[in-house]
Write a protein that binds this ligand. Sequence first.
Ligand code: GDP
Ligand code: ZN
Length: 362
Amino acid sequence: MIVEALTRHGWDSRVAKQFEAIATDGQQPGRVLIEHRGSYVVATEAGDISASVSGRFRHEAAAAEEFPAVGDWVVMSESHEKTAIIHAVLPRSSQFVRSGRGDMPGAQVVAANVDLVLLVTGLDHDFNLRRLERYVTLAWSSGAEPVIVLNKADLCEDVAERVAEVNGIAPGVPVRVLSARDGVGIDSLRPLLEEGKTVALIGSSGVGKSTIVNALLGWERQQIGEVRESDQRGRHTTTVRELMVTDSGALLIDNPGMRSVGMWDADEGMADAFADVDAFAVECRFSDCAHEGEPGCAVLAAIADGRLPLARLESQRKLGRESAAQVRRQDAALRATERKRWKTIHKSVRNHMRIKYGPDAR
Ligand code: GDP
Ligand code: ZN
């Protein structure tokens, strides 16, 4: 198979193998560039095309995260004109989620197969260590590698102090300082944009993500990157392409859906995000120490003599509780759909028996 356009979008042997394992004759691979209310724009060998999931896919999906997201590799077949049907989503190497679709359990994936995530925050009044700590935990749990980008350095008088604070809450995470509006520091990001790597930007609205993306691309996406897309009623809406190819061959995702960090299941990210706290915790006398005053608690000792800020332990507790609550909610939602499925199956079996053996059949 010739995959020039796909290679430009990050296609590699890992994805090729996954595709070949499940695709049937005549099916095509593609990468999702835009998701807009359940319809998609997908990059394929034949160019960018509109697509939607098959009826069977919709019917069989048990959780929101099974639906395609920006960055996903999908298996498609052609239908009429330039619209394609998505039959399957290939396994993801990483995923970012936000709260679910409402009609379905599970979280909604807003970006998939991200290698590197730039956590963008402003060094102005927007600067907030606790929120950044959340983003870092979220990034670690996604499966992508985090890099912290402190933008708007021109509005900050003590950059070095801020950087030290950030290092304190994100041990081992690289930090870059920029003033994107003036192009200062942008070049420090370029080595991260490796060919075939997918890089996503996350951060609250207004921190400068679009400014950074435009500076990295060297063109104004709003003018050049627009893709026309038809919605369900046949109207044409204009949507900004959310996955872009840089000159160096990296794939850049700036997804508006990733701006919120409300809901998440960060269990897997906790260990990486709080490696500094855990490094002391392994020294506690009791292996199940809750660091609440037990004898021989190395964490409280480290806090007492200033080696560990108390805020870090508090954040670990708070985020750990939130994540656990989220996991419980998800589990409950999944059990509820399972129950509904079984009820439907039981009912149809019962109906079948009644038709066959009369009203008293059980
Ligand atoms: P986004 O919502 O994260 O995409 O943020 P934008 O890129 O739209 O930027 C929000 C505002 O911040 C715009 O008015 C930008 O001009 C401004 N901005 C972006 N980068 C900088 C910077 O480095 N310094 C200053 N002072 N303003 C910036
Ligand atoms: Zn302890």
